[in-house]
Write a new protein. Structure first.
Length: 161
């Protein structure tokens, strides 16, 4: 299911927020974002107001898609880690479970090695949370569909109110 982040409970959203904030703090980064593969922001760490999140999400997703095309040209499945080094800020991008993108923005006050080390640790936690999202989405879908019967479906297609 591509839009499983739509089934975030408050509890799971809080777990994601907590992990992103922990990653930001432990890696001494400026900002951390979790996106879906389409570039929609699922969550972000604290103090990210200076970033245009919609543009960032779209551009990162486009970058991941373009890099995926390059990987296929080279006979690779994908490149799961991307890194862009700027003059003042750098971006570390990780694919999670082929459905999510973890973005860490950092500057010279930290090192790429520390960011990579902390991202690896956070990835394990985020994978566990993503598995909870999948479980919740299945349970929520079953809960939604359990009250729908054939009569409701017929009314829907006939246009009856």
């Amino acid at each position: 299911m591509d839009n499983i982040y739509l089934y975030l409970t408050d509890e799971i959203k809080n777990e994601i927020d907590e992990e992103l904030n922990k990653l930001k703090e432990e890696s001494n980064s400026k900002a951390v974002f979790l996106l879906d593969k389409n570039g929609q922001i699922v969550s972000s760490s604290k103090n990210t107001d200076q970033y245009d999140k919609d543009s960032l999400g779209a551009l990162v997703a486009g970058n991941v898609a373009a890099t995926g095309g390059l990987a296929k040209l080279l006979g690779q499945q994908e490149f799961s880690i991307l890194f862009h080094e700027g003059e003042n800020e750098h971006i570390h991008i990780n694919l999670i479970n082929k459905k999510f993108i973890l973005v860490v923005i950092f500057d010279e006050s930290t090192s790429l090695g520390l960011v990579r080390l902390r991202v690896k640790k956070a990835m394990n936690v985020l994978m566990n949370i993503i598995n909870k999202i999948k479980e919740n989405s299945s349970n929520n879908l079953e809960e939604i569909l359990k009250d729908i019967n054939e009569e409701d479906i017929e009314k829907l297609f006939k246009g009856d109110q």
